[in-house]
Design a protein around this ligand. Structure first.
Ligand SMILES: [Mg+2]
Length: 444
């Protein structure tokens, strides 16, 4: 069984001196560089915490006591933080062990499997998928997972060959067929450090390179760019980006998926209407992509919030459910984020993923997915709405304090259930609704 997110150990590499930032950093460790109202790493911590991660080991070196003073036990941030100081010294010369050596020095405190991130990067990805894909690949012999971004020379030098799986990672010898770059979020089995001794100097990329040659390095391609503040230009870019995203509340369209963006599927086995259970079953409804485009043009964030209990019920795997969402993002790239609840209170004994069975806060009409979106983005709930084709969507939107839009046929069974909980608007399709949006909710 896959561990729960709150049990996963997250190792944060914080030892760097930030020499490429020159005078900008003057006596400030990179994680504490000012970005608007907070130090840099607090933004990344928002993302990690929103994904349910709670256990942190900060590997510090340069100015470690300042970092410890700021983050403390983590209680102030709702997480638990331990510290491992670099063994060498505390007065600036701390990169001596390299990233690998620093990690090896922390060996006695490492879990058997752990996540590793770098404290100078903001990485907006689905951390739950990272954990799931790693443990899934581990069953087939993988010892590490590396997240990857299709790069094409945008950020730094590409260093990965990926063609439907990770073929080679090599930071030292770039070749023309390298089109991906390592993104900065990794999973490791502690055993990859077994051949090293405390005090050895080496880089983690040496280990990752060797694992890729053995076919033991799993790759996971992610969608959004990262911000690595090790250089002045991306640091300035992130200050602008973070100010816009975290400090200026914006309106958001929370959209149910099945029946709003894509067709419901007739399942021949159960003779019932169901969600798509494989990629080929995902078919967009007419006008759905155009409707999302209109919302974006009107200044909305567009978030998909979808209950997908099929893996908990043993009808498909959680990996396939993520694949289907990725397909949706290929078809409608304007969507800002997809939030998925994969849980089901009862599930089914056929499920291979029993950890998905049980109560949760995210399953609609619960508001967990909307709350998570509001933690990760500044959102003005008063000017936001939830649109869906079922009773639970309307109830969820109401509980979250959003305006509500019913999409589809307002049949009698639905009317009856919504009698005391009427949606603010009813439309046949999202396309129709977005053609009238100014007249409806705007004036409501
Ligand atoms: Mg639906």
């Amino acid at each position: 069984m896959m561990p729960h997110m709150e049990d996963i150990q997250v190792v944060v590499m914080m030892g760097g001196v930030g020499s490429r930032l020159g005078s900008i950093v003057a006596d400030c460790p990179k994680p504490l560089l000012p970005v608007g109202s907070r130090p840099f790493f607090e933004y990344e911590l928002i993302l990690l915490k929103a994904a349910g991660l709670r256990r942190f080991l900060f590997c510090t070196g340069y100015l470690s006591s300042e970092i410890e003073d700021h983050f403390g036990s983590g209680e102030r941030f709702g997480v638990s933080i331990e510290y491992q100081r670099d063994s060498v010294n505390e007065d600036g010369e701390t990169a001596l062990l390299g990233t690998g050596g620093a990690l090896r020095h922390a060996y006695p405190r490492l879990d058997e499997d752990f996540m590793l991130v770098y404290a100078d990067s903001f990485m907006d990805i689905d951390y739950r998928e990272v954990v799931y894909r790693y443990f899934d690949a581990k069953r087939n012999g993988a010892l590490s997972l590396m997240t990857l971004l299709k790069n094409g020379g945008r950020f730094d030098k590409s260093n990965v060959i990926y063609t439907d799986s990770l073929k080679l990672y090599d930071k030292m010898n770039a070749t023309p067929d390298m089109d991906y770059i390592d993104y900065g979020v990794n999973m490791f089995s502690r055993s990859v450090l077994d051949g090293y001794n405390d005090g050895d100097r080496f880089d983690l990329s040496d280990i990752q390179h060797a694992l890729s040659l053995k076919g033991a390095l799993e790759g996971l391609v992610v969608r959004k760019r990262f911000y690595e503040i090790g250089r002045p230009e991306p640091y300035r870019e992130f200050i602008a980006y973070a100010g816009d995203r975290f400090d200026i509340p914006k309106k958001a369209a929370f959209l149910d998926r099945d029946g709003v963006l894509n067709e419901i599927v007739y399942n021949e086995d159960t003779e019932q209407l169901d969600s798509p259970l494989k990629i080929s079953e995902l078919k967009l409804l007419p006008g759905a992509a155009e409707a999302v485009r209109r919302l974006k043009a009107d200044g909305y964030y567009v978030f998909v919030v979808t209950n997908q209990p099929a893996a908990a019920k043993g009808k498909t795997s959680l990996g396939t459910l993520w694949d289907i969402n990725k397909r949706l993002l290929e078809l409608i790239p304007d969507i800002d984020d997809v939030f998925m609840c994969p849980h089901h209170p009862k599930g089914d004994s056929r499920s291979r993923e029993k950890e998905l069975i049980g109560p949760c806060k995210c399953r609609k009409p619960g508001t967990g997915m909307i709350d998570e979106a509001c933690a990760r983005y500044a959102i003005d709930r008063d000017s936001s709405f939830m649109a869906g084709d079922s009773y639970t969507d309307i109830e969820c939107g109401r509980r979250a304090g959003l305006k509500t839009v019913f999409i589809g046929d307002y049949k009698c069974d639905i009317c009856a259930r919504l009698e005391y909980n009427k949606p603010d608007a009813v439309y046949k399709s999202l396309y129709e609704y977005t053609g009238n949006i100014g007249n409806e909710l705007g004036n409501a």
